[in-house]
Design a protein around this ligand. Structure first.
Ligand SMILES: [Fe+2]
Length: 362
């Protein structure tokens, strides 16, 4: 433990030196000049301050006041040494931050007991602070483990769902990254971007309620089949609704809104504009873009630059213009996710399963 002694009297400092030498595990720093002491205190942590009241240049009360403004000085005990009997001085010293007083001439036994007590108190404070920090670290580590497990479960569940309709982990991964990039460009904070990104792979979880005959059908869907397919959005939201998890709550929002369209022609609720949750508007762009770039049994993969242009064409119709603009501004980063360079078309237009290119591709 480090004790600072500040007194303009060399004999008092010598007395303190002798008295402290009887206290175990102590290092004493002595100062005749209070200004010198304050300078050292700015960089050298103290465990106890002993300060005289009457000193030239700066009295003990001013020193205590200035010391208490230093960082981490709030809990360090300060004993004022004084021969003053005026109670107003003691009150002023307490107001400035003095912890205790010792009257001059100093009694060595009392000095030793008081210093030991205050050092023990200081040690207990430090142990408590260390314990609190250790608990904080443990809690942070436990939270990180739970968050990682949550992310892993979501990811594995998403992959399991995607297997049903022939989607790949790569599709989910790219949708997650692109959605995160769009959210970032829209100005969301990092935690929100991560939540949207992590939740996005669950967007089609409701397809678990769609029959294989429809899900895997190679030809066009009839009206009844389209209705059943479209039910996956509401069903996905129903599966995910009611969770305490931020990621699952956002995933529920995305599942229920990723097929809504900016112009109100989407489903399941035919929401339009900003009535569509922003998470759903973001994932709509990411999902459709990746679907266009992905090969399916019924279509070739579009060249990424052509898919990019298709997204731009959908601005204000299918997609939120702000999300499309953010997607466009992030184009270099998004394009780098798709390793194949753009190739000139072979002359035939990209083919999709129905006339509703974007909807069916997603
Ligand atoms: Fe979907």
């Amino acid at each position: 433990m480090r004790i600072f002694a500040i007194d303009d009297s060399p004999s008092i400092l010598s007395f303190i030196q002798r008295a402290v030498s009887n206290i175990e595990s102590c290092e004493l720093l002595s100062f005749l000049d209070p200004v010198d002491a304050l300078t050292v205190l700015q960089t050298a942590p103290a465990d106890l301050i002993l300060v005289d009241y009457n000193m030239p240049g700066m009295d003990g009360i001013e020193l205590i006041s200035r010391f208490r403004t230093l960082s981490n000085a709030r809990d360090i005990p300060v004993i004022m040494l004084t021969s003053e009997t005026d109670p107003t001085i003691k009150i002023a010293a307490i107001a400035a931050g003095a912890t205790e007083f010792l009257n001059k001439p100093i009694d060595q036994t009392e000095f030793t007991i008081r210093v030991r007590n205050l050092l023990a108190l200081r040690k207990a404070q430090q142990d408590l602070a260390n314990h609190a920090q250790s608990l904080e670290r443990d809690v942070a580590a436990a939270r990180a483990r739970i968050a990682a497990q949550e992310r892993e479960i979501i990811w594995r569940l998403s992959k399991a769902m995607a297997c049903r309709d022939g989607e790949t982990a790569l599709h989910l991964e790219r949708v997650a990254v692109v959605a995160g990039l769009i959210a970032e460009e829209l100005g969301f904070d990092r935690a929100t971007c991560e939540t949207i990104s992590m939740a996005s792979p669950l967007h089609d979880v409701g397809k678990i309620g769609v029959s294989d005959a429809i899900l895997l059908k190679a030809g066009p869907l009839d009206a009844r089949e389209i209705d059943e397919m479209r039910a996956h959005a509401a069903f996905g939201a129903e599966i995910l609704n009611g969770s305490d998890s931020d990621i699952i709550r956002i995933a529920a929002t995305i599942a229920g809104s990723h097929h809504e369209k900016w112009d109100g022609t989407g489903y399941p609720q035919k929401l339009s504009g900003e009535d569509i949750p922003i998470e759903g508007r973001i994932v709509a762009v990411a999902d459709v873009f990746d679907a266009l770039c992905s090969e399916r049994p019924y279509k070739k993969a579009w060249p990424v630059d052509e898919a990019h242009r298709e997204i731009l064409r959908g601005s204000g119709g299918h997609f939120d213009p702000a999300c499309v603009a953010a997607f466009d501004r992030k184009w270099r980063a998004i394009r780098s996710l798709y390793h194949k360079p753009a190739v000139p078309g072979d002359g035939s237009p990209p083919t999709v399963r129905t006339n509703s290119t974007l909807e069916t591709a997603a």
